[in-house]
Design a protein around this ligand. Structure first.
Ligand code: ADP
Ligand SMILES: CCCC(=O)OP(=O)(O)O
Length: 362
């Protein structure tokens, strides 16, 4: 009889915590716990959310009658560690240090490996992360920023972009490594990646001020004006960073990061909300068109995914500006929980060895 591996998967996003329990490939349970702005506003830093998010996960499992004592592994979306190749990594001491200090910045996904490790070590089972947000496959030419000291960085929804691109390739009868896609993940942050023959050769840094504005991030801003703002004496560093990540984008203009709330306001005749929503779609379309130049026009499909891809009004506004490039495939939500489970399963079954993270990487 085939051995059954039960894995808890954890995906902390900026506006939600998604969890799932799998027995081999079969999903026993999955849910999305959404966190309101009010709920998260009480925490000064993301690391302070650790106990809150961990308790929410354990309470949810308890409520579902799922005992953690039956788990064989815990696997999470990994965070802003050093740039690494894709794959499944065992959580170890060097990784925990980098996650805790936010080696490449601060984001909810940093809590993934930390929480997975805490739950797993109390049960004496392994903890893993898969395809963290720092997976780096950028082409050399994409690393130039215009300021030599500031090379561009690959920080994006690597796990979901790659999982969905593989699924779409299969769906159209092709192989991911032989196709070109422009994949747009639209969650709390928005990242648009040029996938060339299985590698993400260019992508906006979805965290630190590049690309379209998003539900809670500023994206690219007028840089000279930002510098003046920084030196105006009116703001602390943390306040400026909050304008870029957390309080930018929809949050900045409309004081909500919830696109469903924005759609409600629009349906009630709020013309300002309409303009802001349209501007976000406009910026996404512009980024997609920019990446069509990266791929020299050879684009097999454009893929729209993430929470915002549930909103037809929003995806329609993007499609009308980019349908001259290639067909668009909308894949609402994400494939992240399945992708995390598959990454852990490959290691638990001995089909693959977990990669070792060390502080010489990056
Ligand atoms: N049915 C829907 N229609 C429109 N927007 C949606 C829908 N469901 C979720 N969203 C929006 O998607 C965004 C969150 O996306 P998600 O991928 O879950 O984010 P994250 O993982 O970054 O927390 C929020 O702005 C949310 O309001
Ligand atoms: C840091 C890139 C990943 C990201 O933005 O994730 P969320 O949309 O879940 O915040």
């Amino acid at each position: 009889m085939q051995e059954i591996f039960r894995t808890l998967v954890i995906n902390p996003g900026s506006t939600s915590t998604k969890i799932g329990v799998f027995d081999n490939e079969g999903c026993v349970f999955e849910t999305t716990i959404r966190h309101s702005v009010d709920e998260l506003q009480g925490f000064i830093s993301i690391s302070e959310q650790k106990s809150f998010r961990k308790n929410v996960i354990l309470e949810q499992l308890d409520y579902e009658g799922i005992s953690v004592s039956k788990l064989d592994a815990v696997c999470a979306r990994g965070g802003l560690i050093r740039p690494i190749a894709g794959g499944t990594y065992e959580v170890n001491g060097a990784m925990i240090i980098d996650l805790e200090r936010g080696y490449n910045g601060h984001h909810a996904s940093n809590l993934g490996g930390i929480i997975a490790n805490e739950i797993a070590s109390s049960l004496h089972i392994p903890a893993y992360i898969v395809d963290p947000v720092v997976v780096d496959e950028l082409a050399e030419i994409a690393r130039f920023s215009g300021i030599p000291e500031l090379p561009r960085k690959s920080i994006f929804h690597a796990l979901n972009q790659k999982a969905v691109a593989r699924r779409v390739a299969k769906q159209v009868g092709g192989v991911y490594e032989e196709m070109n896609f422009i994949v747009t993940h639209m969650g709390g942050g928005i990242t648009v990646g040029a996938h060339h023959l299985g590698k993400v050769i260019d992508v906006n840094n979805g965290l630190h001020g590049e690309g379209p504005f998003s539900p809670e991030r500023a994206g690219t801003v007028p840089v000279g004006d930002l510098v003046s703002m920084c030196f105006s004496g009116q703001y602390y560093l943390e306040e400026i960073m909050r304008k870029i990540v957390g309080n930018g984008g929809l949050m900045g203009y409309l004081l909500t990061s919830d696109a469903m709330e924005v759609e409600r306001r629009i349906s009630q005749g709020d013309s300002y909300a309409q303009k802001v929503y349209e501007a976000m779609a406009y910026q996404v379309a512009k980024e997609i068109a920019a990446l069509s130049a990266v791929l020299k026009g050879d684009v097999d499909a454009i893929v729209l995914t993430g929470g915002l891809a549930h909103g037809k009004t929003f995806t329609d506004m993007i499609v009308e500006r980019v349908d001259w490039i290639a067909d668009t495939i909308v894949y609402p939500g994400e494939d992240e929980l399945q992708a995390l489970n598959e990454g852990a399963l490959r290691v638990l079954r001995g089909e693959e060895q977990a990669k070792i993270y060390d502080d010489k990487t990056g």
